[in-house]
Write a protein that binds this ligand. Structure first.
Ligand code: F6P
Length: 358
């Protein structure tokens, strides 16, 4: 008997179901003697032994469905070693559940924080295989995460829709795209949607450069300007502050989000009206795009192969179009940022997009 535990952890994204389906179909095509334990709401289910017994039938018909049939939750890595309100040692509890159920391995679908805990469980002696999910595409060790392309499509669609109304008005439109620490979705959706200005956490902006780009467009007879801004975009002044100083400053300013701060600064320096659109969680919702369905299916099947090989302690990942296994010890705790000097940023600048950095 092969006993597999499975969980989805952290913020959800499109194609989680497609990836789990890939794993289960991959294993069940080779083995009949499989038991699947689906832990509910991420690591919480493993900690509190909350699971459902699933069969391969539960994974049929879910390729195109967004969300996760297992549910998910955020369980911050830094709190994993802190006992819960009843004094329960969470790490010991997870190990206990795993051993009590006699699991052969744990399949974990998650992003950055999830991978830190997955690696810790590996260090604690559990057999762990992970799959890279997140709309942010910020997971180190893989060229691509599933969820990313679907989110880019949605954010692009938002920019497209804004474009048509923007042509009717002389206004500046700000679209705030998800991504607190990294700007991959904003960068790709910004380029795909034809944004005039793209502001990313990795490239601190100078508000005067942003205003200059807006004025230049106006002087050239362009009625509107579209700005794609990542949730974590940061000004040059703020980038110089310590984490604590920045937190205090933001608390005093009380802007609902970065788009509102940038909007106010633009309005003070130009005669242009500004409108804000925040697509928010729509970017994580709905059916996965075709690219993500293919990627998630491939990664799922590759995870199944690794399990059948008994090769644990790794994440299945994309490297130069191939699916590879990357040791969890190499992945955990590292982020994949947009490189301000990368080709894609340089090419975007060549087409006239401003990143607010001169
Ligand atoms: O990590 C994915 C992500 O969608 C980020 O881009 C976003 O900032 C965050 O999650 C939102 O998290 P939550 O769903 O917890 O509000």
């Amino acid at each position: 008997m092969l006993r597999i535990g499975m969980l989805t952890s952290g913020g959800d994204c499109q194609a989680l179901n497609a990836a789990m389906r890939g794993v289960v179909k991959g294993i069940c095509s080779k083995r009949d003697d499989v038991e699947i334990y689906g832990f509910q709401e991420g690591y919480k289910g493993l900690i509190y032994s909350n699971f459902k017994m699933l069969t391969s039938r539960d994974f049929s018909g879910i390729l195109t469905i967004g969300g996760t049939i297992l549910g998910t939750s955020r369980q911050p890595f830094k709190l994993m070693r802190v006992p819960d309100e009843n004094g329960l040692d969470k790490v010991e509890a997870m190990k206990h559940t795993y051993h009590k159920l006699n699991l052969d391995c744990l399949v974990v679908l998650g992003g950055n924080g999830t991978h830190k805990t997955a690696n810790m469980l590996r260090e604690e002696g559990l057999n762990v295989i992970t799959l890279p999910k997140t709309i942010d595409n910020d997971l180190w060790g893989t060229d691509m995460t599933f969820g990313f392309q679907s989110a880019v499509d949605i954010a692009t669609d938002t920019i497209d829709r804004i474009h048509t109304t923007a042509t009717s008005h002389s206004r500046v439109f700000i679209i705030e795209v998800m991504g607190h620490k990294v700007g991959w979705v904003t960068l790709h959706a910004g380029i795909a949607g034809g944004a005039d200005i793209i502001l990313l956490p990795e490239i601190p902006y100078d508000i005067d450069v942003v205003v200059e780009a807006i004025n230049k467009r106006k002087a050239a007879g362009k009625k509107f300007t579209i700005i794609a801004v990542a949730e974590g975009a940061i000004s040059r002044e703020d980038a110089k502050l310590s984490k604590k100083e920045l937190k205090e400053k933001k608390a005093k300013q009380k802007y609902p989000s970065v788009a509102y701060e940038i909007s106010e600064r633009i309005q003070k320096k130009t005669d242009q009206e500004v409108r804000i659109t925040v697509p928010g969680h729509t970017q994580r919702g709905g059916s996965p795009c075709a690219y993500d369905r293919v990627l998630a299916t491939r990664l799922g099947a590759a995870a199944a192969e690794a399990i059948l090989d008994g090769d644990f302690g790794c994440m299945v990942a994309v490297k130069n179009r191939d699916i590879v296994r990357v040791p969890l010890s190499e992945v955990a705790g590292k982020l994949k940022y947009v490189d301000p000097e990368s080709d894609i940023v340089r090419e975007a600048k060549m087409t006239g997009i401003s990143f607010g950095d001169k």
